[in-house]
Each structure stands twice: as C-alpha cells, then as structure tokens.
Design a protein around this ligand. Structure first.
Ligand SMILES: [Zn+2]
Length: 58
C-alpha cells in the first residue's frame, strides 16, 4: 500500500507531502469508512493516475 496523504484544505487525497494545489503540508491519513467498493476503486484509480502523472513528469 502506498502512503496516502490528505490535504485538509482541499479535502483531497494525494501522494505528495505538500498539496499540489494549495502547497499546504498534507497529513497521513487512510480514508475513513470507505465502505462502498466503488468508492475504493475510484480512489485507487485516482491514485494510480497520480503516480503515472508523477512518473511521466520525472
Ligand atoms: Zn490543498
């Protein structure tokens, strides 16, 4: 599992230590009670996309 971080400012999950949007430091956080599997799939897709984006930039 990747380290998942969360921006309290934008209310978004990210892999960055600083929010790509607002540059605020993000906190380590696991999504709370993400019961519906659709949500999890959606979230994982987003994470994967973010990783790909990051790798593409490097
Ligand atoms: Zn933010």
């Amino acid at each position: 599992m990747n380290k998942i971080r969360y921006c309290q400012n934008c209310k978004e999950y990210t892999l960055e230590e600083k929010c790509p949007r607002c540059k605020e430091p993000t906190i380590f956080r696991i999504p709370p009670r993400y019961s519906p599997k659709i949500k999890i799939a959606e979230y994982r897709r987003k994470m994967r996309k973010e990783i790909l984006k990051k790798e593409g930039l490097l």
